[in-house]
Design a protein around this ligand. Structure first.
Ligand SMILES: Cc1cc2nc3c(=O)[nH]c(=O)nc-3n(C[C@H](O)[C@H](O)[C@H](O)COP(=O)(O)OP(=O)(O)OC[C@H]3O[C@@H](n4cnc5c(N)ncnc54)[C@H](O)[C@@H]3O)c2cc1C
Length: 365
């Protein structure tokens, strides 16, 4: 964030107050958000990787693994240059959908129900002063977020989607991101379903744009910049790990001997017709144990991000970017230690892992 801020590509979270344009004028759970320019993010991340001697390789699609005696020996990827076989001592599944773990036969946690997906889109031309004025003068949430107008337009057939409130977030360079489409029951592992959801998402964008231009103060002259390059999936497969983090654990802020990071995001469960939001009441953060990143039954496989081992409610809280970053850092640091010492993911010295994370500046009170 600091590097991106230096390049004019971000506003540090410490400067973002809740209830402002940057938080979509939301208050609960929306203080200290990070605002960044995704183009500056891309080059900053690539620069960090280059300086850390990470060899990046885009345009690979995971296919399958070779497993021997409970360890992955190699993974295969489809590329335009044919199938690549990549050997490694340790593998980390950050696919969001646990693709590698699933292919290895790791048990999965996913039921019949998944959170709704959304296709984000970006607009420009919002008159911020006009929108700020509306938001500060509105008597209540209904008025602020045009809930009555949405309900009545839905009744008329002019807003054929289930979202109840407007949701526009100011970004960098006069761009605003809109999180208002809703695609229910999409199985992210099925390409035909994801394709149909993206097409339907773009169809919904048209209705949202018409609504915003007609009703939302400051949106009369907005133009569509682009829809997201791919569907935003909130929930799909998660691994069964050595530990499954539960709602009870995060509700009481349980500390673990192998806690590798902490966070405080609230449970944010999107479903047809609304969002179940359980705001955290803790005054302190909650903790995530390393064991939630270790895949069951495979010695050298970790998972980080949306596919780590947590129950549905917990994943609805820790699926957001900061915890996903922290999981990636913890899994990457653990993998480096395992590779250097010839250890399995489970047999790592947890003190060595935690000390390495603390040395790298991880906040773990
Ligand atoms: C609509 C929506 C709104 C959100 N809003 C916010 C927000 O305001 N703030 C916030 O912090 N978070 C937000 N999130 C959550 C956040 O964006 C994601 O949950 C988070 O990015 C998940 O991170 P991840 O690393 O697990 O997966 P991803 O970011 O999905 O990364 C997975 C990567 O793996 C690659 N991949 C997948 N499968 C394969 C394969 N088989 N082979 C090769 N590569 C593969 C993908 O191309 C991708 O690059 C939102 C999510 C959604 C859907």
């Amino acid at each position: 964030m600091k590097r991106m801020e230096r390049e004019g590509g971000a506003i540090h979270p410490s400067k973002i107050a809740s209830g402002t344009s940057y938080t979509g004028y939301r208050v609960a759970g929306h203080s200290n958000c990070a605002v960044f320019d995704s183009e500056v993010y891309k080059t900053t991340a690539e620069d960090i990787c280059a300086k850390s001697r990470v060899k990046l390789m885009y345009h690979l699609m995971f296919l399958k693994t070779d497993i021997e005696n409970g360890s992955i020996r190699a993974a295969y990827f489809a590329t335009k240059d044919g199938i690549y076989k990549i050997r490694a001592k340790v593998f980390i599944d950050c696919s969001g959908d646990a693709d590698m773990a699933y292919a290895c036969g790791v048990p999965m946690q996913n039921g019949d129900e998944v959170q709704s997906a959304s296709l984000f889109f970006t607009v420009r031309g919002v008159d911020k002063a006009v929108m700020d004025k509306h938001m500060s003068e509105a008597a209540d949430m209904e008025e602020k977020f045009y809930m009555k107008e949405i309900a009545s337009e839905r009744e008329n057939g002019a807003f054929p989607l289930a979202r109840a409130k407007i949701a526009l977030y100011e970004g960098m360079n006069g761009q605003w991101r809109v999180n208002m489409t809703q695609l229910d029951n999409v199985d992210a592992a099925k390409p035909e379903q994801v394709t149909a959801a993206e097409i339907e998402g773009r169809r919904q964008i048209k209705f949202v744009m018409d609504f915003l231009k007609k009703y939302a103060a400051g949106c009369e002259d907005i133009t569509l910049v682009e829809s997201a390059p791919s569907l935003g999936v909130r929930e799909s497969r998660r691994i069964v790990g050595e530990y499954t983090l539960t709602l009870e654990d995060i509700s009481v802020g349980k500390k673990f001997e192998d806690s590798v990071f902490c966070c405080s995001n609230s449970v944010d469960m999107h479903k047809k017709g609304g969002v179940d939001y359980i705001a955290t009441t803790l005054k302190a953060p909650y903790y995530i144990p390393y064991r939630s990143l270790i895949a069951k039954n495979i010695d050298n496989l970790l998972a980080a991000g949306r596919c780590a081992s947590a129950d549905r409610s917990v994943m609805a809280a820790i699926r957001v970017m900061p915890p996903c970053f922290a999981m990636g850092q913890a899994a990457g640091t653990a993998a480096a230690i395992c590779a250097a010492r010839g250890l399995s993911a489970k047999s790592i010295d947890i003190c060595e892992l935690i000390n390495a994370l603390l040395d790298d500046g991880v906040y773990l009170p």
